[in-house]
Design a protein around this ligand. Structure first.
Ligand SMILES: [Zn+2]
Length: 304
């Protein structure tokens, strides 16, 4: 039976598959596995994870960007193709409409898959100031009437901040303690263990890539790798499929300030990884694959 199958979608902003060399922070950084994946090399991923090099350009000229890439990941609709270009930053009206109607949360709700959740914490300031421009995920959460997790949830160990260590929250003056990657991983594992579908987002990689900051990259990447290793150690991978993906490359080539044209690594862990892997070739395949997995309509049943 697969009725209790569940999925954790781990989104990492700005993570591509680059060449080895002095501008790739993954090179010679052993502690950065399981993300140390290079062009022209067979990936060595822990816990039998499968890496599917995934197209982020989506048949549209130019460098892939966050708003259209994230919209595509979260809906299964090729947003750059629809717009005719890659949209930077935050979703515009056209993208918001796509997200509000077709987000993965909406699709799963419509299919009766519940509960679903977004694990990231928002600060109180977000609700008070309600920024004019919101991320693709924020739009998806709002449109699905999901509850936003807050700093209060985080204090109850029921939310994870996007940097998972809480350092950024502390810098912003929030009264929270710092977390080790291991502690944060256990909390995210607990949350995903209670939901059929969980989304978690991590953005630091894109910021470090734009800053071309090798030293920062060599600090955050091993931490991120530790977080992922610990997370996988806490999850029941018989039941849970973990899909890690990104919207475009960036941090894997610090010689340029911009996003790259590289493929992104979609890494899949769990008993259903092979079935999932065969369905993914571009960012537009992520949501349909998750919906098929959770509604038990994937081709090639392998129910135990
Ligand atoms: Zn960016």
């Amino acid at each position: 039976m697969t009725s209790d199958a569940s999925v954790l979608l781990f989104f990492i902003d700005g993570l591509g598959i680059g060449k080895r060399g002095p501008f790739n922070p993954f090179d010679n950084l052993n502690e950065a596995d399981p993300l140390a994946i290079f062009q022209y090399e067979p990936p060595a991923v822990l816990l039998d994870g499968i890496v599917v090099p995934t197209d982020a350009t989506l048949g549209v000229e130019g460098r892939p960007q966050s708003a259209s890439g994230q919209t595509t990941i979260l809906t299964g609709i090729n947003a750059p193709q629809l717009l005719g270009y890659h949209k930077q930053g935050f979703p515009n009206q056209a993208l918001l409409e796509i997200i509000r109607e077709h987000s993965i949360f909406k699709q799963l709700q419509a299919a009766g898959i519940s509960p679903v959740t977004f694990a990231n914490a928002y600060t109180e300031r977000f609700f008070v100031e309600r920024p004019r421009w919101i991320s693709a995920t924020t739009a998806a959460v709002e449109a699905s009437n999901l509850k936003f997790r807050t700093v209060a949830d985080l204090l109850r160990d029921d939310a994870v901040f996007m940097d998972f260590t809480n350092k950024i929250l502390i810098e912003r003056g929030e009264q929270v303690g710092e977390r080790t990657p291991a502690v944060a991983a256990r909390i995210l594992a607990d949350i995903s263990g209670k939901h059929r579908f969980t989304l978690y987002e991590y953005f630091i990689t894109d910021k470090v890539g734009h800053a071309q900051d090798m030293q920062q990259a060599r600090t955050v990447l091993p931490r991120l790798a530790e977080f992922i290793r610990e997370l996988l150690g806490h999850l029941d991978l018989e039941r849970m499929t973990v899909i890690l993906t990104s919207d475009h490359g960036n941090i894997e080539d610090l010689s340029v300030r911009n996003h790259t044209l590289h493929q992104v690594p979609t890494i899949i862990w769990g008993a259903k990884r092979h079935q999932v892997a065969t369905r993914i070739s571009s960012l537009a395949d992520i949501t349909p694959t998750i919906v098929a997995l959770l509604t038990d309509t994937m081709k090639g049943h392998e129910n135990n």
